[in-house]
Ligand binder design. Structure first.
Ligand code: SAM
Length: 294
């Protein structure tokens, strides 16, 4: 391990510093992050008032400038000009790692394009914090940011997820988590294992782990769902393969239709439930079989 730069007591090199800040626990602010925030000429903040609380806590008096979704492009140009003149600028978001579902990416790209050095100053991040304590596979994972807010787009996004055994990681708003879990249930079946990480690193940190149907019922039973949430699940290729191993879905659907006198979609729903797979997975399997027969 190299001697930490803060021990070297060297002046900070000119360039752009992407500094992670805590996601709820001030102890997660790194020593290097603090040194950088103290030493730069300016701190570009997603919300200056929010960052002031952090700076005040650590007694840092560095000037701040706003840098958010609505002025990201114009501010990136202005800050790049300052960087080209030899400036040292830090970028922070309200919480966590800048550029991850937060502003920071544009300025990093602009600085790189202008030939300015860009330094990561890593630290807290909700997705990684949730993932490492999820109990789900960590060798391979995909971070998707927020799921679409609208049901149709959300279902389409869920159906498009790769089933490679890796973990899918999402950010979710508390007022949408129940609806999103309902869509996960419809798409992958009630037995799909999910992990919900809530209020990570905070006083009321909570992990809910189990079948999506049960997890949804747990949250529905609460008076309200509050706090910040990471939703995670892994899609093994196995549920659909296991279903295929149970024999022809078309034949089973036809048998249920005949026995119960119900339509194809109702029969498909029933078969999907019995096989422990989502409706859309069952539908795709049915279509695959029908196409093979054509
Ligand atoms: N840049 C941040 C990071 O590195 O994690 C993420 C910013 S994004 C705008 C905010 C979302 O991240 C929240 O809505 C929530 O889904 C997730 N998040 C942030 N802090 C969290 C926490 N302490 N526990 C769980 N999820 C969190």
């Amino acid at each position: 391990m190299d001697v930490p730069s803060e021990v070297q007591d060297k002046p900070l090199a000119p360039g752009l510093y992407l500094v992670a800040t805590p996601i709820g626990n001030l102890e997660d602010m790194t020593l290097r992050g603090l040194r950088v925030l103290r030493s730069v000429d300016r701190i570009a903040c997603e919300d200056t008032r929010q960052t002031q609380k952090l700076l005040h806590h650590f007694g840092i008096k560095t000037p701040t400038v706003s840098y958010h979704m609505h002025n990201e492009v114009s501010r990136a140009e202005e800050l790049t000009a300052e960087l080209l003149a030899g400036g040292r600028i830090a970028v922070v978001s309200d919480a966590g790692t800048p550029g991850i579902a937060d502003p920071g990416g544009q300025i990093a790209a602009a600085a790189i394009a202008a030939g300015v050095p860009v330094f990561p100053v890593p630290g807290a991040n909700a997705a990684i914090s949730g993932l490492i304590a999820s109990g789900l596979p960590t060798e391979r994972f995909t971070f998707h940011g927020f799921l679409p807010a609208k049901e149709g787009a959300r279902k389409t996004a869920l159906e498009a997820l790769v089933r490679d055994g890796g973990t899918h990681v999402f950010y979710e708003a508390p007022h949408r988590i129940v609806d999103s879990l309902a869509d996960v249930e419809t798409t992958f079946g009630a037995v799909q294992h999910v992990v919900i990480g809530r209020e990570l690193t905070k006083l009321h940190e909570e992990f809910l782990r189990g079948p999506v149907g049960e997890m949804r019922a747990t949250l529905v039973a609460r008076a309200s769902v509050r706090g910040e949430i990471v939703l995670m699940f892994a899609l093994a290729g196995t549920s659909s393969e296991a279903s295929e191993a149970k024999g022809s879905i078309a034949a089973e659907v036809a048998a249920v239709m005949k026995a119960e006198g119900i339509g194809e979609m109702d029969a498909l729903k029933r078969v999907a439930r019995e096989r422990g797979i989502g409706k859309s997975v069952a539908y795709r399997e049915l279509q695959r079989e029908q196409n093979r027969r054509r």
